[in-house]
Design a protein around this ligand. Sequence first.
Ligand code: TXA
Ligand code: MG
Length: 345
Amino acid sequence: MYTTEIIDLKKERKKGIDKAAVLLREGNVVAFPTETVYGLGADALNIEAVKKIFLAKGRPADNPLIVHISDVNDVYKIAFMTDAAKKIMDAFWPGPITVVLKAKDIISDTVTAGLDTVAVRMPENEYARELISKSGVLIAAPSANLSGKPSPTTAAHVQKDLSGRIPLILDGGECDVGLESTVVDVSLNKCIILRPGGITMEMLKAVLGDVTLNDGVLSVKEIEGTPKSPGMKYKHYSPKAEVFIVEGINEDIISSKVIKNAAQDKKNGKVPAILCTDNRAKGYRDFAVISLGQNSEDIAKRLFCALREADDMGADTVYFEAISEKGIGLAVMNRALKSAAFKKI
Ligand code: TXA
Ligand code: MG
Protein backbone atom coordinates (compact mmCIF):
# COMPACT_ATOMS: atom_id res chain seq x y z
CA MET A 1 0.00 0.00 0.00
CA TYR A 2 1.22 3.48 -0.86
CA THR A 3 0.00 6.95 0.01
CA THR A 4 -0.31 8.17 -3.56
CA GLU A 5 1.05 11.69 -4.06
CA ILE A 6 -0.26 13.83 -6.92
CA ILE A 7 1.88 16.68 -8.23
CA ASP A 8 0.42 19.29 -10.58
CA LEU A 9 3.06 19.90 -13.25
CA LYS A 10 1.55 23.21 -14.27
CA LYS A 11 2.33 24.53 -10.79
CA GLU A 12 5.31 22.44 -9.64
CA ARG A 13 7.00 21.16 -12.77
CA LYS A 14 10.55 20.87 -11.46
CA LYS A 15 9.55 19.31 -8.14
CA GLY A 16 7.30 16.78 -9.91
CA ILE A 17 9.73 15.73 -12.61
CA ASP A 18 12.67 15.52 -10.17
CA LYS A 19 10.73 13.39 -7.72
CA ALA A 20 9.45 11.07 -10.45
CA ALA A 21 12.95 10.74 -11.94
CA VAL A 22 14.36 9.63 -8.58
CA LEU A 23 11.53 7.11 -8.08
CA LEU A 24 12.14 5.66 -11.56
CA ARG A 25 15.90 5.40 -11.02
CA GLU A 26 15.27 3.63 -7.70
CA GLY A 27 13.11 0.99 -9.39
CA ASN A 28 9.64 2.33 -8.59
CA VAL A 29 6.62 3.04 -10.77
CA VAL A 30 5.23 6.51 -11.59
CA ALA A 31 2.12 7.60 -13.52
CA PHE A 32 2.77 10.40 -16.03
CA PRO A 33 0.95 12.24 -18.83
CA THR A 34 1.53 11.68 -22.54
CA GLU A 35 -0.29 13.19 -25.53
CA THR A 36 -2.31 9.97 -25.92
CA VAL A 37 -3.28 8.69 -22.45
CA TYR A 38 -1.57 8.57 -19.03
CA GLY A 39 1.16 5.94 -18.71
CA LEU A 40 2.38 3.91 -15.74
CA GLY A 41 6.14 3.89 -16.13
CA ALA A 42 9.11 1.97 -14.76
CA ASP A 43 12.77 1.51 -15.77
CA ALA A 44 12.49 -0.79 -18.80
CA LEU A 45 15.88 -2.38 -18.07
CA ASN A 46 15.06 -3.21 -14.43
CA ILE A 47 13.02 -6.42 -14.33
CA GLU A 48 11.89 -6.01 -10.70
CA ALA A 49 10.67 -2.48 -11.48
CA VAL A 50 8.77 -3.66 -14.58
CA LYS A 51 7.08 -6.40 -12.54
CA LYS A 52 5.64 -3.67 -10.29
CA ILE A 53 3.73 -2.29 -13.30
CA PHE A 54 1.98 -5.62 -13.88
CA LEU A 55 1.20 -5.89 -10.16
CA ALA A 56 -0.22 -2.35 -9.82
CA LYS A 57 -2.47 -2.72 -12.90
CA GLY A 58 -3.42 -6.36 -12.40
CA ARG A 59 -2.18 -6.83 -15.96
CA PRO A 60 -1.74 -10.35 -17.37
CA ALA A 61 1.96 -11.16 -17.85
CA ASP A 62 1.36 -12.18 -21.49
CA ASN A 63 0.59 -8.60 -22.61
CA PRO A 64 3.84 -6.84 -23.63
CA LEU A 65 4.76 -3.24 -22.78
CA ILE A 66 5.82 -0.24 -24.88
CA VAL A 67 9.29 1.24 -24.21
CA HIS A 68 9.24 5.06 -24.23
CA ILE A 69 12.33 7.00 -25.31
CA SER A 70 13.18 10.70 -25.59
CA ASP A 71 16.20 10.40 -27.89
CA VAL A 72 15.65 8.79 -31.28
CA ASN A 73 19.07 7.10 -31.13
CA ASP A 74 17.93 5.00 -28.18
CA VAL A 75 15.94 2.81 -30.60
CA TYR A 76 19.21 1.33 -31.81
CA LYS A 77 20.13 0.26 -28.26
CA ILE A 78 17.07 -1.94 -27.93
CA ALA A 79 15.86 -2.92 -31.43
CA PHE A 80 16.90 -3.75 -35.00
CA MET A 81 15.89 -0.94 -37.38
CA THR A 82 14.03 -1.42 -40.69
CA ASP A 83 13.51 1.04 -43.57
CA ALA A 84 9.77 1.18 -42.92
CA ALA A 85 10.36 1.99 -39.24
CA LYS A 86 12.84 4.72 -40.17
CA LYS A 87 10.33 6.36 -42.51
CA ILE A 88 7.64 6.30 -39.82
CA MET A 89 9.97 7.70 -37.17
CA ASP A 90 11.16 10.48 -39.51
CA ALA A 91 7.60 11.43 -40.40
CA PHE A 92 5.77 11.09 -37.07
CA TRP A 93 8.17 11.11 -34.07
CA PRO A 94 7.83 12.49 -31.56
CA GLY A 95 4.16 11.60 -31.68
CA PRO A 96 1.38 9.10 -31.08
CA ILE A 97 2.77 6.09 -32.96
CA THR A 98 4.60 3.01 -31.66
CA VAL A 99 6.83 0.82 -33.84
CA VAL A 100 7.27 -2.91 -33.20
CA LEU A 101 10.75 -4.12 -34.16
CA LYS A 102 12.93 -7.18 -33.52
CA ALA A 103 14.29 -6.81 -29.99
CA LYS A 104 17.93 -6.83 -28.92
CA ASP A 105 18.94 -9.03 -25.96
CA ILE A 106 19.11 -6.07 -23.57
CA ILE A 107 15.27 -6.11 -23.43
CA SER A 108 13.89 -8.71 -21.04
CA ASP A 109 11.05 -11.18 -21.58
CA THR A 110 9.14 -9.37 -18.82
CA VAL A 111 8.79 -6.35 -21.13
CA THR A 112 8.16 -8.27 -24.36
CA ALA A 113 6.07 -11.05 -22.76
CA GLY A 114 8.50 -13.49 -24.35
CA LEU A 115 8.07 -12.19 -27.92
CA ASP A 116 11.16 -11.61 -30.07
CA THR A 117 9.96 -8.07 -30.81
CA VAL A 118 9.77 -4.88 -28.76
CA ALA A 119 7.38 -1.91 -29.09
CA VAL A 120 9.07 1.53 -29.01
CA ARG A 121 7.56 5.01 -28.88
CA MET A 122 8.85 8.56 -28.58
CA PRO A 123 6.03 10.64 -27.07
CA GLU A 124 5.44 14.25 -28.03
CA ASN A 125 4.17 15.47 -24.65
CA GLU A 126 6.83 17.81 -23.22
CA TYR A 127 6.42 16.54 -19.62
CA ALA A 128 6.84 12.93 -20.75
CA ARG A 129 9.98 13.73 -22.71
CA GLU A 130 11.48 15.75 -19.88
CA LEU A 131 10.76 12.90 -17.48
CA ILE A 132 12.43 10.32 -19.72
CA SER A 133 15.51 12.44 -20.34
CA LYS A 134 15.90 13.64 -16.71
CA SER A 135 15.47 10.16 -15.26
CA GLY A 136 18.06 8.80 -17.66
CA VAL A 137 16.12 5.54 -18.02
CA LEU A 138 14.08 4.06 -20.86
CA ILE A 139 10.52 3.92 -19.55
CA ALA A 140 8.36 0.82 -20.05
CA ALA A 141 4.78 2.04 -19.75
CA PRO A 142 1.30 0.71 -20.40
CA SER A 143 -1.74 2.92 -19.94
CA ALA A 144 -2.15 3.84 -16.24
CA ASN A 145 -5.56 2.19 -15.70
CA LEU A 146 -6.52 -0.98 -13.88
CA SER A 147 -6.36 -3.77 -16.44
CA GLY A 148 -9.64 -3.94 -18.40
CA LYS A 149 -10.78 -0.39 -17.55
CA PRO A 150 -10.85 2.50 -20.06
CA SER A 151 -7.44 4.17 -20.41
CA PRO A 152 -7.00 7.31 -18.29
CA THR A 153 -7.04 10.70 -20.01
CA THR A 154 -6.76 12.77 -16.79
CA ALA A 155 -4.82 12.40 -13.54
CA ALA A 156 -8.17 11.98 -11.74
CA HIS A 157 -8.85 8.82 -13.80
CA VAL A 158 -5.46 7.42 -12.74
CA GLN A 159 -6.18 8.29 -9.13
CA LYS A 160 -9.54 6.53 -9.26
CA ASP A 161 -7.94 3.29 -10.53
CA LEU A 162 -4.51 3.23 -8.89
CA SER A 163 -4.69 5.28 -5.68
CA GLY A 164 -2.88 3.33 -2.95
CA ARG A 165 -1.21 1.08 -5.53
CA ILE A 166 1.49 3.50 -6.78
CA PRO A 167 3.60 6.21 -5.07
CA LEU A 168 3.20 9.16 -7.47
CA ILE A 169 0.93 10.60 -10.19
CA LEU A 170 2.20 13.52 -12.26
CA ASP A 171 -0.77 15.65 -13.32
CA GLY A 172 -0.19 17.25 -16.73
CA GLY A 173 -3.83 18.06 -17.50
CA GLU A 174 -6.11 16.42 -20.04
CA CYS A 175 -4.47 14.33 -22.81
CA ASP A 176 -4.62 15.82 -26.33
CA VAL A 177 -5.43 12.71 -28.38
CA GLY A 178 -7.38 10.74 -25.77
CA LEU A 179 -6.80 7.32 -27.37
CA GLU A 180 -3.61 5.25 -27.16
CA SER A 181 -0.91 5.42 -29.82
CA THR A 182 -1.13 3.71 -33.18
CA VAL A 183 0.86 0.44 -32.94
CA VAL A 184 2.48 -0.79 -36.16
CA ASP A 185 4.51 -3.95 -36.68
CA VAL A 186 7.38 -2.95 -38.99
CA SER A 187 9.78 -5.65 -37.82
CA LEU A 188 9.75 -7.35 -41.26
CA ASN A 189 9.84 -4.02 -43.13
CA LYS A 190 6.15 -4.23 -44.02
CA CYS A 191 3.70 -2.06 -42.13
CA ILE A 192 0.85 -3.82 -40.32
CA ILE A 193 -1.42 -1.74 -38.10
CA LEU A 194 -1.99 -3.74 -34.91
CA ARG A 195 -3.85 -0.93 -33.13
CA PRO A 196 -5.17 2.21 -34.89
CA GLY A 197 -4.61 5.57 -33.21
CA GLY A 198 -3.76 9.24 -33.64
CA ILE A 199 -1.48 8.61 -36.61
CA THR A 200 -4.10 7.35 -39.04
CA MET A 201 -4.01 4.70 -41.75
CA GLU A 202 -4.33 7.49 -44.37
CA MET A 203 -1.29 9.29 -42.91
CA LEU A 204 0.74 6.05 -42.92
CA LYS A 205 -0.25 5.26 -46.51
CA ALA A 206 0.90 8.72 -47.61
CA VAL A 207 4.39 7.95 -46.26
CA LEU A 208 4.74 4.22 -46.96
CA GLY A 209 2.31 3.36 -49.75
CA ASP A 210 1.45 -0.15 -48.67
CA VAL A 211 -0.16 -0.55 -45.24
CA THR A 212 -2.20 -3.51 -43.93
CA LEU A 213 -4.77 -3.50 -41.17
CA ASN A 214 -4.73 -6.41 -38.71
CA ASP A 215 -7.98 -8.46 -38.84
CA GLY A 216 -8.69 -7.98 -35.15
CA VAL A 217 -9.13 -4.19 -35.39
CA LEU A 218 -12.82 -4.12 -36.35
CA SER A 219 -13.97 -7.67 -35.71
CA VAL A 220 -13.33 -10.52 -33.30
CA LYS A 221 -10.32 -12.26 -34.74
CA GLU A 222 -10.70 -16.02 -34.91
CA ILE A 223 -7.54 -17.40 -33.39
CA GLU A 224 -6.59 -20.85 -32.28
CA GLY A 225 -7.77 -21.52 -28.77
CA THR A 226 -10.39 -18.76 -28.85
CA PRO A 227 -12.40 -19.25 -25.67
CA LYS A 228 -16.10 -20.14 -25.93
CA SER A 229 -16.96 -16.68 -24.73
CA PRO A 230 -14.69 -14.47 -26.81
CA GLY A 231 -16.01 -11.43 -24.94
CA MET A 232 -14.07 -12.60 -21.92
CA LYS A 233 -10.84 -12.52 -23.82
CA TYR A 234 -11.49 -9.48 -25.97
CA LYS A 235 -13.46 -7.14 -23.75
CA HIS A 236 -11.33 -4.09 -22.92
CA TYR A 237 -11.92 -0.48 -22.01
CA SER A 238 -14.99 -1.70 -20.19
CA PRO A 239 -17.17 0.31 -17.87
CA LYS A 240 -19.53 -1.59 -15.54
CA ALA A 241 -22.37 -0.88 -17.95
CA GLU A 242 -23.05 -3.09 -20.96
CA VAL A 243 -22.00 -1.20 -24.10
CA PHE A 244 -23.72 -1.49 -27.50
CA ILE A 245 -22.59 -0.03 -30.83
CA VAL A 246 -25.58 1.29 -32.77
CA GLU A 247 -25.22 1.17 -36.54
CA GLY A 248 -27.49 2.25 -39.40
CA ILE A 249 -27.41 3.37 -43.01
CA ASN A 250 -28.54 6.84 -41.97
CA GLU A 251 -28.87 8.97 -38.82
CA ASP A 252 -32.64 8.48 -38.52
CA ILE A 253 -32.26 4.73 -38.40
CA ILE A 254 -29.58 5.03 -35.74
CA SER A 255 -31.78 7.37 -33.68
CA SER A 256 -34.79 5.10 -33.81
CA LYS A 257 -32.70 2.08 -32.74
CA VAL A 258 -31.18 3.99 -29.84
CA ILE A 259 -34.57 5.29 -28.66
CA LYS A 260 -36.26 1.90 -28.95
CA ASN A 261 -33.56 0.12 -26.93
CA ALA A 262 -33.09 2.85 -24.33
CA ALA A 263 -36.86 3.13 -23.79
CA GLN A 264 -37.12 -0.62 -23.32
CA ASP A 265 -34.29 -0.51 -20.76
CA LYS A 266 -36.12 2.18 -18.81
CA LYS A 267 -39.28 0.08 -18.79
CA ASN A 268 -37.21 -2.78 -17.37
CA GLY A 269 -35.96 -0.52 -14.58
CA LYS A 270 -32.49 -0.09 -16.06
CA VAL A 271 -30.54 3.15 -16.51
CA PRO A 272 -29.45 3.72 -20.13
CA ALA A 273 -26.86 6.33 -21.21
CA ILE A 274 -26.38 7.57 -24.78
CA LEU A 275 -22.96 8.62 -26.09
CA CYS A 276 -23.23 10.96 -29.08
CA THR A 277 -22.16 14.34 -30.47
CA ASP A 278 -23.75 17.61 -29.26
CA ASN A 279 -25.57 17.94 -32.53
CA ARG A 280 -27.23 14.54 -32.15
CA ALA A 281 -28.07 14.98 -28.44
CA LYS A 282 -31.19 17.04 -29.28
CA GLY A 283 -32.92 13.89 -30.49
CA TYR A 284 -32.54 12.19 -27.10
CA ARG A 285 -34.21 14.62 -24.67
CA ASP A 286 -35.88 11.85 -22.64
CA PHE A 287 -32.60 10.14 -21.83
CA ALA A 288 -29.23 10.73 -20.14
CA VAL A 289 -26.79 11.84 -22.82
CA ILE A 290 -23.02 12.01 -22.40
CA SER A 291 -21.63 14.47 -24.92
CA LEU A 292 -18.73 13.53 -27.17
CA GLY A 293 -18.26 17.01 -28.68
CA GLN A 294 -18.48 17.99 -32.33
CA ASN A 295 -16.22 15.91 -34.57
CA SER A 296 -14.23 12.67 -34.67
CA GLU A 297 -11.20 14.29 -32.96
CA ASP A 298 -13.45 15.35 -30.07
CA ILE A 299 -14.97 11.88 -29.90
CA ALA A 300 -11.48 10.35 -29.70
CA LYS A 301 -10.53 12.76 -26.95
CA ARG A 302 -13.67 12.17 -24.88
CA LEU A 303 -14.60 8.53 -25.45
CA PHE A 304 -12.74 6.97 -22.49
CA CYS A 305 -13.81 9.77 -20.16
CA ALA A 306 -17.43 9.30 -21.29
CA LEU A 307 -17.29 5.56 -20.54
CA ARG A 308 -16.07 6.39 -17.03
CA GLU A 309 -18.85 9.00 -16.64
CA ALA A 310 -21.38 6.33 -17.55
CA ASP A 311 -20.14 4.35 -14.53
CA ASP A 312 -20.27 7.42 -12.30
CA MET A 313 -23.93 8.03 -13.18
CA GLY A 314 -24.78 4.38 -12.51
CA ALA A 315 -25.67 3.49 -16.11
CA ASP A 316 -26.59 -0.14 -16.80
CA THR A 317 -26.44 0.19 -20.57
CA VAL A 318 -24.51 2.49 -22.91
CA TYR A 319 -25.48 3.16 -26.53
CA PHE A 320 -22.69 4.50 -28.72
CA GLU A 321 -23.57 5.84 -32.17
CA ALA A 322 -21.22 4.31 -34.76
CA ILE A 323 -19.13 6.84 -36.74
CA SER A 324 -17.25 6.69 -40.04
CA GLU A 325 -13.99 4.72 -39.94
CA LYS A 326 -12.16 7.44 -41.86
CA GLY A 327 -9.14 9.11 -40.21
CA ILE A 328 -9.16 8.82 -36.43
CA GLY A 329 -12.66 7.31 -36.73
CA LEU A 330 -10.98 3.93 -37.22
CA ALA A 331 -9.32 4.16 -33.81
CA VAL A 332 -12.55 5.40 -32.21
CA MET A 333 -14.54 2.48 -33.64
CA ASN A 334 -11.83 -0.02 -32.62
CA ARG A 335 -11.97 1.13 -28.96
CA ALA A 336 -15.77 1.44 -28.94
CA LEU A 337 -16.18 -2.06 -30.41
CA LYS A 338 -13.77 -3.50 -27.85
CA SER A 339 -15.59 -1.82 -24.98
CA ALA A 340 -18.78 -3.39 -26.36
CA ALA A 341 -17.12 -6.81 -26.79
CA PHE A 342 -18.05 -6.28 -30.49
CA LYS A 343 -21.81 -6.21 -29.80
CA LYS A 344 -23.67 -4.23 -32.46
CA ILE A 345 -27.35 -3.40 -32.91
O1 TXA B 1 -0.35 5.68 -26.23
C1 TXA B 1 0.14 4.65 -25.76
O2 TXA B 1 0.64 3.77 -26.46
C2 TXA B 1 0.11 4.50 -24.22
C3 TXA B 1 0.99 5.59 -23.63
C4 TXA B 1 1.17 5.42 -22.13
O3 TXA B 1 2.21 5.64 -24.29
N1 TXA B 1 0.53 3.19 -23.85
C5 TXA B 1 -0.26 2.11 -24.05
O4 TXA B 1 0.27 0.93 -23.56
O5 TXA B 1 -1.32 2.16 -24.58
P1 TXA B 1 -0.60 -0.40 -23.39
O6 TXA B 1 0.29 -1.35 -22.68
O7 TXA B 1 -1.86 -0.08 -22.73
O8 TXA B 1 -0.78 -0.91 -24.84
C6 TXA B 1 0.32 -1.44 -25.55
C7 TXA B 1 -0.14 -2.21 -26.73
C8 TXA B 1 -0.80 -3.50 -26.32
O9 TXA B 1 -1.90 -3.74 -27.18
C9 TXA B 1 0.30 -4.53 -26.52
O10 TXA B 1 -0.21 -5.80 -26.77
C10 TXA B 1 1.01 -3.94 -27.74
O11 TXA B 1 0.99 -2.56 -27.54
N2 TXA B 1 2.41 -4.40 -27.82
C11 TXA B 1 3.42 -4.13 -26.97
N3 TXA B 1 4.54 -4.76 -27.33
C12 TXA B 1 4.25 -5.45 -28.46
C13 TXA B 1 4.99 -6.31 -29.32
N4 TXA B 1 6.27 -6.59 -29.10
N5 TXA B 1 4.34 -6.84 -30.38
C14 TXA B 1 3.05 -6.56 -30.61
N6 TXA B 1 2.29 -5.76 -29.83
C15 TXA B 1 2.88 -5.22 -28.76
MG1 MG C 1 -3.77 -0.21 -22.05
